[in-house]
Design a protein around this ligand. Sequence first.
Ligand code: CTP
Length: 417
Amino acid sequence: MASNLTFSFETYLVGGAVRDQLLNLPIIDRDWVVVGANYAQMLEHGFKSVGKDFPVFLHPDTHEEYALARQERKTGKGYHGFSVIADGTVSLEEDLSRRDLTINAIAKACDGRLIDPYNGIDDLNARVLRHVSIAFKEDPVRVLRLARFYARLYDFGFKIATETKQLISEMIAQGELNYLSPERIWIELSKALNGAHPDQFIACLRELGALKIILPEVDALFGIPQRPEYHPEIDSGLHTLMVMRQAALLNADADTLFACLCHDLGKATTPTHILPKHTQHESRGAVLAKKLAQRLKIPNDTQTLAIKVAKYHLYFHTLNQLRAVTILKLLLSLDALRRPLVLDQFILACIADERGRLCFEDREILQGEFLKECLIALKGIDAKQLLLTVDPAKIPEIIHLERLKKIKNVIKDYTWS
Ligand code: CTP
């Protein structure tokens, strides 16, 4: 929404809106920086203060975010370890200098002029992700943001500047990434999982050496071999990335992608003497998925799906050999009767798992349809009718037998080729 209000201070469009405009990408939200005003003046002009840690305001008409031009001084470790100067004396160039990447440090004046003191436009054109200044180090979440931009702009072919990689190595060596809060990690991870190339987010973190700190359980999968007849790509970490890629191609939601990320964690803890076999990696993986999800304080539904996919994905791959009682156990464990969406997510993650192997990418997979047919058959049971005709004490047993009968019928009629 445009506004007719005029102010006695300067405002500039900054950050993602300018970057995305220059890349011809859709603009999601617009952030502004204010030069020459202090906190009191913003309130006098009708802006509403919303920043907890920073002087950020909402515009009285458009409700877009306006932040006072600021500089930050590091006073300790981690996200809260700095003090902020934003008293109306900080220039636009000073504000842009403390931003993360040159491509995010371009400002656009109201007359359309671009202010680009750190050559972000050159870097956009050369497809380079480069930190603006040493101030990059002051916020470790920027490492995750960098990986997220790498993934988001993957189709443009962006590369990370060598000096930025070097700076990140120093941050890692100095332990700066150890201070990231679970909440901030999950915000960045879930944004990446919602993007087109979530696998590249993980691959980028690994290349930067940050994966072992952020998601050590996932990092540990790299270098672990699998049986080449099932997994021609061999490496378990590579397989995980391929599964995420397949899931993204199937438009999986973020919960399903998180489940894909965690589905094989158990392979990292397989005793070395049985490698490249991974006997019982599912139960070990479910424990690790739970541990990881709890550490990052990930929402319950997301956790639950990841644990179930880790625990039961092998059932899916061997469905045509399973007995009716095991298939019923699987559907009840997934709570599929009450939560059909969870079954859809489970199926999608397992299809991605099957296809996320070298040379298996185009495989036709019939297990999903089979499971859905089983679910339809179970839903067709008329429990009310049963209640009328049998002894109430026997209801659970009768329902169980009725369910088995229905699944046996699906097994009998289903053609697997
Ligand atoms: N910024 C930063 N360091 C951070 C967070 C933000 O330097 N840790 C700066 C960047 O200049 C960024 C701007 O603040 O472009 C706005 O941040 P935000 O809205 O979080 O991200 P965008 O870059 O707009 O990207 P997205 O499309 O993900 O919103």
